[in-house]
Design a protein around this ligand. Structure first.
Ligand code: G3H
Ligand code: 13P
Ligand code: ZN
Length: 321
């Protein structure tokens, strides 16, 4: 099966009231774990690649890994550029055959963000590629110069419903990432902070009222930072903070029902992989065959993805809708 377009996947997801998991990949074990879980659960899938992932793995290796995944599986798989920061990077990915790109101009003033996004949309649409834009600014790690993920709710600007309408109208972007108190990394909330789901509902309603239909929204920073994984990492020598906290699964459920059609998950994959490796190292200190620690770690990521697609995103069983 060739790569799939997120536009088709979005339309089906909106109709079926489920969300698509957009999982970040950097290496073979992550690709295998995610694809195997989705294949077994018959879940449609978005594999996403950041600029950092391209620098780490080499774009050609990642492309070939995804081609391999597509050829050994039957589920629809889309490939998406996560947080593209320039027109040139987006163009490069479109030219390489990505079926979807994100242009993240969220740090720019509205007009500059819209102008950049429109430029990417114009090029992408001519080349059969779909585009995700972002409006508003996520809080925490993304705009924090400090420790990774340690910014809590420092900074950040919620997406304004009227601006969301204006942005979509001006740019013709295919989906929009929103800022509703979400952030990247393992330290998202302190105390009683959580997502502003009322703002999400207002954005969705404004788009609907403006005649833009059941418009697909994207939730970045959707990892739940499971306590069990944090404890396991720390039990086997890690030093994650006691205050590590993610988006409760109940919030993701509401976001999904409200029209967050693409849900981005990276941190939870990193936690699962790290927990698996740390456990294997601690239990078998004499072992030095990478397969003996990467294998169990890959299995842990697979279990996590299976849980997400079945119980949180509810896209399991929808691969062939
Ligand atoms: O949103 C960011 C993703 O988690 C990708 O992270 O830029 O470290 O690859 P990265
Ligand atoms: P997390 O850090 O919550 O996994 O978010 C990932 C993300 O938004 C990738 O774009
Ligand atoms: Zn993100």
């Amino acid at each position: 099966m060739p790569l799939t377009h997120t536009k088709e996947l979005f339309a089906k997801a909106l109709k079926g009231k489920y969300a698509l998991g957009a999982f970040n990949v950097n290496n073979m074990e992550l690709v295998q774990a995610i694809v195997e879980a989705c294949e077994e659960e018959k879940a449609p899938l978005i594999l996403q690649i950041s600029k950092g992932a391209r620098q780490y793995a080499n774009p050609v290796y990642l492309k070939k890994l995804i081609e391999a995944a597509v050829s050994v599986s039957n589920i629809p798989i889309a490939v998406h550029l996560d947080h593209g920061d320039t027109f040139e990077l987006c163009k490069q990915c479109i030219d390489e055959g990505f079926t979807s790109v994100m242009i993240d101009g969220s740090h720019l003033p509205f007009d500059k963000n819209a102008e950049l996004c429109k430029r990417v949309v114009d090029y992408a649409h001519k080349h059969n590629c779909v585009v995700e834009g972002e409006l508003g600014q996520l809080v925490g790690a993304q705009h924090d110069d400090g420790e990774e993920g340690g910014g809590y709710s420092k900074g950040g600007v919620y997406t304004h419903p009227d601006e969301a309408v204006e942005f979509v109208k001006q740019t013709k972007v295919d989906s929009l990432a929103v800022a509703i108190g979400n952030s990247h990394g393992a330290y998202k909330f302190k105390g009683t902070q959580h997502l502003n789901l009322e703002r999400l509902k207002a954005i969705k309603k404004a788009l609907l009222d403006a005649g833009l239909g059941d418009y697909p929204l994207v939730l970045h920073g959707a990892s739940s930072v499971p306590k069990a994984l944090v404890q396991e990492i720390n039990q086997y020598g890690g030093k994650l903070g006691e205050d590590a906290a993610g988006v409760p699964e109940a919030d993701i459920e509401i976001a999904r029902r409200t029209g967050c059609t693409k849900v981005n998950i990276d941190t939870d994959l990193r936690l699962a992989l790290t927990a698996g490796i740390r456990k294997a190292f601690a239990e078998n200190p004499k072992e030095f065959d990478p397969r003996k620690y990467l294998g169990p770690a890959r299995a842990k990521v697979k279990d996590l993805v299976r849980h997400k697609v079945k119980n949180v995103l509810c896209c399991a069983g929808h691969a062939f809708d």
